[in-house]
Design a protein around this ligand. Structure first.
Ligand code: OSB
Ligand code: MG
Length: 381
């Protein structure tokens, strides 16, 4: 759209988030959390914010906070700023020469979505043709020291209305916590597990023991790049396999479904390179009748805003990983942030632009590195 005000300021920041406690998974312990923010401003003063929520370490996927920051500064944002127009899909296409580095591309693209929503006095949800006003959510539970600790957490969240429980598992912490949750809370709880790539095909017999617990899915049991092996595992399991780490593009999802490597899809905008690719994946899963839900990356409210808008479109059948900042952090980068309603949903933001007010003071105070890619101004470097 040529009548859109040009962007006059664009910057990338690496920002420290105040994690309340370490997040323990099959890939190890995450005890520090920095994230990457992209900030845009156009000539009329409209602002866009995006988040590229890779983890600090390369134990989930190859992307890290450092590599995401560097790629956003050196390649993704410069390519995006040279795109033919400011449409998010055009911007995504302008960055498509970048291999991998999905979190960097996604952070840049989300900033263009929220900028466009701000400029048009509308919401990201409306730009996407979203339908739902509220998104059913679940919690993703860190691996605990004891079963009792896990049961207490499950009780708390079910009491708060959460519609689904996802237990992180790893060899030695799998059947036991699952059985304990079923015994304590019954068969009606929407329960699933996430192995974060901690198993191999040598563990098929162990994984088959989970089949009797009526799980919605077992997420990423095998290695991040083990597509063929997941197809083999799915043939041996009654529980639907869900893929997370393995799916980093629309084509990855199509391939996985074609070869029956999964029967359930975790969709994270950061992991697939942005909201445009995410919309295509939602359409693909809807067309094939595959259960779909939005995963999380311990994002701040800036990233969660894009996830919430995405969840409003057709195709999302299962509750999202959407614990609010009050569960994960001392405070959020947006204020007010969201909470889970008593019915176990989170409202899709109705405010224009990003949908949540960004706390500039916190963003600035928490900045570890910053680079102005377009315009004047000094960020901490
Ligand atoms: O595997 O889904 C995962 C967080 C960081 C990296 C990977 C994962 C997760 C979660 C957290 O499970 C979900 C959330 O953000 O609430
Ligand atoms: Mg996962």
């Amino acid at each position: 759209m040529s009548d859109r005000a040009p962007i006059v300021h664009a910057e990338v920041r690496r920002v420290a988030l105040p994690l309340l406690k370490p997040f323990v998974t099959g890939f190890g312990v995450t005890d520090s959390r920095q994230t990457v923010l992209v900030h845009l401003r156009d000539e009329d003063g409209n602002e866009g914010w995006g988040e590229g929520p890779a983890l600090d370490h390369p134990y989930y996927l190859p992307d890290t906070t450092a590599s995401t920051y560097r790629t956003a500064v050196d390649y993704a944002l410069p390519l995006a700023l040279r795109a033919r127009d400011l449409e998010p899909a055009t911007v995504a296409a302008a960055m498509s020469g970048i291999k991998g580095n999905t979190f960097a591309r996604a952070g840049v693209e989300e900033a263009f979505w929220s900028l466009r929503a701000a400029a048009e006095r509308t919401t990201i949800k409306a730009l996407m043709g979203g339908e739902r006003d509220a998104v059913p959510v679940g919690e993703s539970l860190s691996i605990a020291e004891t079963i009792d600790e896990t049961l207490a957490e499950v009780e708390l969240r079910l009491g708060e209305g959460y519609q689904r429980i996802k237990l992180k598992i790893r060899p030695g912490w799998d059947v036991e916590p699952v059985r304990a949750v079923r015994e304590a809370f019954g068969d009606d709880v929407f329960l699933q597990v996430d192995a974060n790539a901690a198993y191999s095909l040598d563990d098929v017999e162990d994984l088959r023991r989970l089949d009797e617990y009526g799980l919605a899915c077992i997420e990423q049991p095998l290695a991040w790049d083990a597509l063929l092996e997941h197809a083999e595992l799915q043939r041996a399991l009654a529980t639907p396999v869900c893929l997370d780490e393995t799916l980093r593009s629309v084509d990855d999802v199509r391939r996985a479904l074609d070869m029956d490597a999964c029967r359930n899809v975790n969709l994270k905008p950061g992991r697939v390179g942005g909201l445009t690719a995410s919309l295509q994946i939602a359409e693909l899963c809807r067309g094939r009748g595959v259960p779909l839900w939005c995963g999380g990356m311990l994002e701040s409210g800036i990233g969660r805003a894009g996830n919430l808008a995405l969840c409003s479109v057709a195709g999302f059948t299962d509750p999202a990983d959407m614990s609010p900042a009050s569960v994960l952090f001392e405070w959020d980068l947006v204020d007010p942030t969201f909470e889970v309603e008593p019915d176990g949903t989170v409202p899709v933001p109705a405010a224009t632009g990003l949908g949540f007010p960004v706390r500039r003071d916190r963003v600035e105070r928490q900045t570890v590195h910053g680079t102005v890619v377009l315009g004047a101004g000094v960020a901490r470097v």
